[in-house]
Design a protein around this ligand. Structure first.
Ligand code: RB5
Length: 144
């Protein structure tokens, strides 16, 4: 069973619970790094837990959820091996895999509903990276 690592802050907690169930129904194992309730926490604390593990190659794919998705994407993208994509729509989810080989999907729990989030998660996990010219572009990331 493939594993997906997941984390959130208080604003993403409700959606994280929904996404976890969905991951199971899709045949994925969800490794949950919190938070575990709606008490106020700082999103960098949970974002770094997940991003560090992706950066180290311990997991291939992760999901982060905060209120807008903005804070979590900013935090996660500070790790050099992370390509975190904020996708609150389906087109971005598809393209973030095809062209950017995103390894962390970020969503805003206060922006999208659970039905849309479910479609985004399923699509993101199913969509392969196209490689080719896009691989060459990703390689340029390590030049700076
Ligand atoms: C928490 O209130 C909120 O600021 C956080 O979830 C996130 O949206 C930050 O980018």
């Amino acid at each position: 069973m493939s594993q997906v690592i997941i984390g959130c802050d208080h604003a993403g907690y409700q959606l994280k619970q929904v996404v976890k169930k969905q991951l199971l129904s899709l045949g994925f194992e969800a490794e949950d790094f919190g938070t575990q309730n709606e008490e106020s926490v700082d999103y960098p604390d949970f974002g770094t837990l997940v991003a560090r593990k992706i950066d180290k190659g311990e997991y291939e794919k992760g999901i982060l959820i905060c209120g807008t998705g903005l804070g979590m994407s900013m935090v996660a993208n500070r790790f050099t091996g992370v390509r975190a994509a904020l996708c609150n729509d389906l087109f971005s989810a598809i393209m973030s895999r095809r062209h950017n080989d995103a390894n962390i999907l970020v969503m805003g729990g206060r922006v999208i509903g659970s039905e849309l989030a479910g479609e985004i998660v399923r699509t993101w996990l199913e969509t392969p990276f196209e490689g080719g010219r896009h691989q060459k572009r990703l390689e340029k990331f390590s030049e700076f």
